[in-house]
Design a protein around this ligand. Structure first.
Ligand SMILES: *Cc1c(COP(=O)(O)O)cnc(C)c1O
Length: 429
């Protein structure tokens, strides 16, 4: 597989290099040179396969001979060794695709665990690898658990202090061993900036074997394509004809993966890019102007991002496929409207959480006659227990994954958003 840097098309790398580097020169994202397309006959064959076999086929379409199918199958099986996506019926023409049945109860388990498998496979010489990542809440947990206890891998996770739910924090800041967590006195965008600065420091990068596990890492994106095919395989022939998928967006990795599944030939009619009040993209799609505002804290905190990294990939994909950005549906939902949507879902018999509720609301607003809608359930409601209980006035029981960690002490360090401080930490801890 060949990939180019979006900021310097001359920088060409193979899959292994892209996974190891995370970002290219000038902090550019990597993008595939070839965009494979499945023939209709291949598509129907693939849809009938089981999840692991199908996912191997899809990933192999991109990765090609760099990893043999047999070897890839083994790693996909290891990565996706938890309950696969579930489809839950909500109304006559709307279903939820629950992607949160992995070990850290969010869809990020798919990408993080596949990436961990790829790093394991590629670290043939057993060199020391430092995984540095910024999280708006769920990536941290998924990455930490995916690499927990792995030899020669040190994981450092930055998160905005006080801006993630306390249960999210408990899930990954209580692990210890090779997992180090740092709360940053700032926003997620500040954390993301620190990670980028670390990558820009060539000497540092080489001396500690720096690798990023953000959704900017291509291995995570590719892994996420797989559950869009699973979603399609789970719905009826009739529903497949006019499928609209609403994606709760933060850094826009999930939506990028969905659009890549469409580029591969999965006939999804339309996507809805759903944000909370951090609405840089919806405003951009309305006015054509890219004007990120200061990041606002909302009840859907994993989406509190005003400078979404993956947007550059989405624009590139639209250009390459000659699609029109006007066809991308979008919208933003305030906290008040999110609460209302959550209550409405509850009245329909479904306990959800703020991120998915945003997608549900926009789907309901924008679904046309004859269309069938899926919204992505990106996290388990228990991760946002306090918020959800307050809104619904109803108790949520903690699944074991969380219950086991609630009473453990937090092991996080705390620093200001100052790169020199982070650098010192990276070299000495
Ligand atoms: C990360 C996350 C999102 C946003 O996903 P992106 O790929 O960053 O757009 C949405 N909901 C939840 C619960 C998340 O953890």
């Amino acid at each position: 597989m060949k990939l180019y840097n979006l900021k310097n098309h001359q920088e060409l790398v193979d899959f292994e290099t892209a996974v190891k580097l995370g970002l290219g020169q000038k902090q550019g994202l990597f993008f595939p040179v070839e965009l494979p397309v499945l023939k209709p006959i291949e598509l129907s064959k693939i849809l009938n396969m089981d999840f692991i076999t199908r996912s191997t086929e899809i990933l192999s379409k991109f990765i090609h001979h760099e990893i043999s199918k047999k070897q890839l199958y083994k790693h996909v099986q290891e990565a996706f060794s938890f309950t696969h996506p579930l489809k839950i019926n909500i109304t006559k023409n709307i279903d939820c695709l629950e992607l949160f049945h992995g070990p850290t109860l969010a869809f990020k388990d798919f990408g993080a665990r596949f990436m961990a498998q790829m790093i394991l496979l590629m670290n043939k010489k057993n060199e020391t690898v430092t995984i540095l990542t910024a999280t708006s809440g769920d990536t941290g947990a998924a990455v930490a658990h995916a690499f927990y206890g792995m030899k020669n891998v040190r994981v450092i996770i930055l998160y905005p202090k006080g801006k993630i739910s306390s249960l999210q924090e408990k899930l990954f800041c209580t692990l210890g061993k090779n997992i180090k967590t740092i709360s940053i006195n700032g926003s997620f965008d500040d954390c993301q900036k620190l990670v980028k600065e670390a990558f820009n420091d060539k000497k540092l990068k080489e001396s500690i074997g720096l690798n990023s596990a953000n959704s900017i890492n291509i291995s995570r994106l590719l892994a996420q394509i797989c559950y869009y095919f699973e979603a399609f395989s789970l719905i009826s022939e009739e529903q497949r004809k006019n499928l609209v998928i609403a994606v709760p967006c933060g850094n826009f990795g999930n939506l990028t993966a969905g659009l890549l599944s469409k580029a591969l030939g999965l006939p999804i009619k339309s996507f809805i890019a759903c944000t909370n009040s951090n609405d840089t993209v919806p405003r951009f799609l309305t006015s054509g102007k890219w004007h990120p505002n200061k990041t606002i804290s909302t009840i859907s905190n994993a989406m509190d991002i005003s400078q979404p990294n993956n947007w550059a990939r989405i624009e590139e994909l639209f250009n390459r496929k000659k699609w029109n950005l006007k066809e991308l549906r979008f919208g933003s939902v305030s906290d008040d409207a999110t609460k209302k949507a959550l209550k409405e879902l509850f009245a329909l018999g479904y306990t959800s959480e703020p991120h998915a509720a945003i997608a549900y609301q926009l789907l309901k607003d924008q679904l046309k006659e004859g269309e069938f809608g899926l919204f992505l359930g990106t996290a388990h409601p228990a991760k946002f227990k306090n918020t959800v209980e307050k809104i619904l006035n109803n108790q949520i029981t903690l699944p074991n994954e969380l219950n086991n960690r609630v009473n453990l002490p937090l092991l996080s360090y705390n620093i200001n958003p100052d790169f020199q401080k982070l650098k010192q930490f990276l070299i000495t801890k």
